[in-house]
Ligand binder design. Structure first.
Ligand code: 13P
Length: 247
């Protein structure tokens, strides 16, 4: 009932030359069973959307909470939509850290995304110190509650659990730790949103690669992945898509 989702976050990587990886990915996986989403830098959204023609969904990596105005350097959700995006990542831990984004700001961005007709991919994750202190579920519960707007649905919202200490480090939680957090998120979503909460996809992110994708995708309440580094190369991201299709 929840379609699996393989999402790639290119972060601040990629120029037009990188679109050849997208062409290679589409050639190798012309009809994936799962939904596939790539979130390139904003400069590539329009060109990637023109290339993929909806076969791979394209998303932004951030949007401003306002619809327009004097916010030099920022991008409104409607601008991403206009460029061909269908999704936008909000509240990635790198934006929370680099740009001091709070849960309240993330929730406002998710609302702006919805108003523009974009699916918001809302990111959550604990630091290593918080995990070591036994605070993981408290932190995730608080972020989930405060970053997710009322009225979120399975159609307009995806949740991504990305433990900060697993991002770009090659380290991943144990499968039991992933299951614990995903089961918790699933039950919190059901408690707050009822049946609609059961329709929201919950992705795992943090050092997902071809060698660990299958076991992560077999883990309880994991509906797919948000992939950073391994989404930049068609061969790696293609192998992750294949693992998700097989799950
Ligand atoms: P890595 O897959 O490079 O660890 O990044 C995960 C991530 O932050 C995706 O948003």
């Amino acid at each position: 009932m929840r379609r699996k989702l393989a999402a790639g976050n290119w972060k601040m990587n990629g120029t037009t030359a990188s679109l050849s990886e997208v062409s290679a990915l589409m050639a190798a996986h012309p009809e994936p069973g799962c939904e596939v989403l790539l979130c390139p830098p904003a400069t590539l959204v329009a060109a990637m959307a023109a290339l993929t023609q909806g076969k791979i969904a394209v998303g932004g990596q951030d949007c401003h909470a306002n619809a327009s105005g004097a916010h030099t350097g920022d991008i409104a959700a409607a601008m991403l939509k206009d460029a061909g995006a269908s999704h936008v990542i909000v509240g990635h831990s790198e934006r929370r850290a680099d740009h001091a984004e709070t849960n309240e700001m993330v929730r406002a961005k998710a609302q702006a995304a919805r108003a523009a007709g974009l699916v918001a991919v809302i990111c959550l994750g604990e630091t290593e110190a918080q995990r070591d202190a036994g605070e993981t579920l408290d932190v995730i519960g608080q972020q989930l509650f405060a970053s997710t707007p009322d009225g979120a649905t399975g159609a307009n919202t995806v949740i991504a659990y990305e433990p900060i200490w697993a991002i770009g480090t090659g380290r991943t939680p144990t499968l039991a730790q992933i299951a614990e957090v995903h089961d918790f998120i699933r039950s919190e979503l059901a408690g707050r949103f009822g049946a609609e909460g059961g329709l929201m996809r919950v992705l795992y992110g943090g050092s997902v690669k071809p060698s660990n994708a299958a076991e992560i995708f077999a883990t309880s309440n994991v509906d797919g992945a948000l992939v950073g580094g391994a989404s930049l190369k068609a061969a790696d991201f293609g192998a992750i898509i294949a693992a998700l299709d097989a799950a």
